[in-house]
Design a protein. Structure first.
Lengths: 114, 114
């Protein structure tokens, strides 16, 4: 069965420090991986995706993610966190079926303190 | 502005009273989908539509109906709502149903069934 795991319910980081939000997955075949962010009382906003090619993907707001097929993982990273990055982050995978179903992790709450 | 809109944003209703949540996109997308978000569970797909007049069940379709009479609209219908359908609902769309395509989400509808 396809699944996505975000092992941390919450990540706390000081402003200016690097941040990592972890995501691991279990999917047969070649996965397409996504990160979305949800700010309070807002919908999900697309951050970045991995389809193929370079394992390091750069996205919006200075975020990047590294695809690691051997682990397998797709951790979200940012070199220097901002207070405004505080939000709920979702990792998702689309395994390529015609359903077009994104399988989401449970979400990780990122809290960046000044 | 390219967007997915949902109405209403907030709804409180009582058990058994039929309701409809509307979803509309202005991007000429073929694929549309409904998800529900529950704490600790992430997002789960309810129904999806590959194109006009083509709809199919997602992972949690019980108690829901949809229709796709026009390309831009994809309403979610709860014929007889129950308290376990209290949730945050998101509509999403993408150009096609292909796996690498990015899904864009509406702002969400918070539904409470008493």
């Amino acid at each position: 069965a396809q699944s996505v795991a975000q092992p941390e319910d919450q990540v706390n980081v000081a402003e200016g420090n690097p941040l990592t939000v972890k995501c691991t997955y279990s999917v047969s075949g070649n996965p397409y991986l996504f990160w979305y962010v949800q700010y309070p009382n807002r919908g999900l906003q697309f951050l970045l995706k991995y389809i193929t090619g370079d394992n390091l993907v750069k996205g919006s707001y200075g975020f990047e993610a590294e695809f690691n097929k051997s682990q397998p993982s797709f951790h979200l990273k940012k070199p220097s966190a901002l207070v405004s990055d505080s939000a709920l982050y979702f990792c998702a995978v689309n395994h390529g079926g015609s359903q077009g179903n994104l399988i989401f992790g449970k979400g990780t709450k990122l809290s960046v303190k000044p | 502005e390219a967007q997915v809109t949902q109405n209403p944003r907030y709804l409180i209703t009582v058990t058994g009273k039929k309701l409809t949540v509307t979803c509309s996109q202005n991007m000429n997308h073929e694929y549309m989908s409904w998800y529900r978000q529950d704490p600790g569970l992430g997002l789960r797909q309810i129904y999806y539509s590959m194109n006009v007049e083509v709809t199919d069940k997602g992972d949690v379709p019980e108690g829901y109906k949809v229709s796709r009479k026009e390309k831009r609209n994809f309403p979610l219908i709860l014929e007889s709502p129950s308290p376990n359908q209290t949730s945050l609902y998101f509509c999403a769309s993408s150009l096609i149903a292909g796996a690498p395509d990015t899904q864009y989400f509406g702002p969400g509808t918070r539904l409470t069934v008493l």
